[in-house]
Design a protein around this ligand. Structure first.
Ligand code: AP5
Length: 224
């Protein structure tokens, strides 16, 4: 089973993809997190990605497509994937569909997660992330027990370089121009499930699970 999560920055894609991964055997693949890992490791790809990520611009399609298609056919994705943040353009969507078809696979569902703009901005500027295990916190909605320290691993919390108000506003513009058109594409294919991203994190997870009809069970069979 392959699931795509699409939605504006701050909608909760990463949070919900992690929750779904826990409930299923699907592998959570986040394009933004792959870039941030390269940026932390200071690879050539990371240095290039930083010039786009820090401005809230999309990394060019050819780079993202190569990175993601290499990742999703690895053995740890044999039960399927939850794609978080990819595809984000029509070109990326077409490349994904072609590659899945070549592997006799398909997208099974596209979840469109959304929330009002003021909530999205508050979630983004309030986000803090663990430097060690990448667990997200939020100073407004889900603060850590001890300020600046991860509840789970004790790692330091940091603010992403693109999580300031100016860049967040620009990311929302970029989303509306380049990614939102994908929603109609997936609706036309009959794959779209709209899920309200507003409310308690666990409530939103329950909505997703209902929409996907997985009832906390999984797709246990490996992909063919
Ligand atoms: P990426 O990392 O994908 O960022 P994004 O899409 O802007 O999404 P966010 O991570 O901001 O939000 P989210 O929806 O995952 O929300 P989250 O669960 O974290 O991309 C970063 C950059 O990488 C891009 O700008 C681009 O440069 C590049 N890039 C990535 N993919 C690319 C691609 N395909 N093509 C080209 N370039 C690409 O939640 C946000 C906060 O809200 C957290 O603090 C969380 O704790 C909190 N929260 C979540 N849900 C709730 C809730 N229900 N109630 C209260 N708080 C909540």
């Amino acid at each position: 089973m392959n699931v795509v999560l699409v939605g504006p920055p701050g909608a909760g894609k990463g949070t919900q993809a992690a929750a779904l991964e826990e409930k299923t055997k699907l592998k959570h693949i986040a394009s933004g997190e792959l870039f941030r890992q390269h940026m932390r490791d200071e690879t050539e790809l990371g240095k290039l990605a930083r010039t786009y990520v820090d401005r809230g611009e999309l990394v060019p399609d050819d780079i993202v497509i190569t990175m993601i298609l290499e990742r999703i056919f690895q053995p740890d994705c044999e039960h399927g994937v939850i794609l978080d943040g990819f595809p984000r353009t029509k070109e990326q969507a077409a490349a994904l569909e072609r590659a899945l078809e070549e592997h006799q696979q398909k997208i099974d569902a596209v979840i469109f997660l959304n929330a009002p703009r003021d909530v999205l901005l508050k979630r983004i500027v309030g986000r803090q992330t663990c430097r060690n295990c990448q667990t997200p916190y939020n100073i407004y909605y889900s603060p850590p027990r001890e300020e600046g320290v991860c509840d789970l691993c004790g790692g330091d919390l940091y603010t992403r370089s693109d999580d300031n108000m100016e860049t967040a506003r620009h990311r929302l513009e970029v989303y509306l121009q380049q990614t939102a058109p994908l929603i109609e594409h997936y609706r036309a294919l009959g794959l779209l499930h709209e899920v309200d991203g507003l409310g308690d994190i666990h409530e939103v997870t329950a909505r997703l699970v209902r929409e996907l009809g997985i009832n906390g069970e999984l797709p246990h069979q490996p992909r063919t």
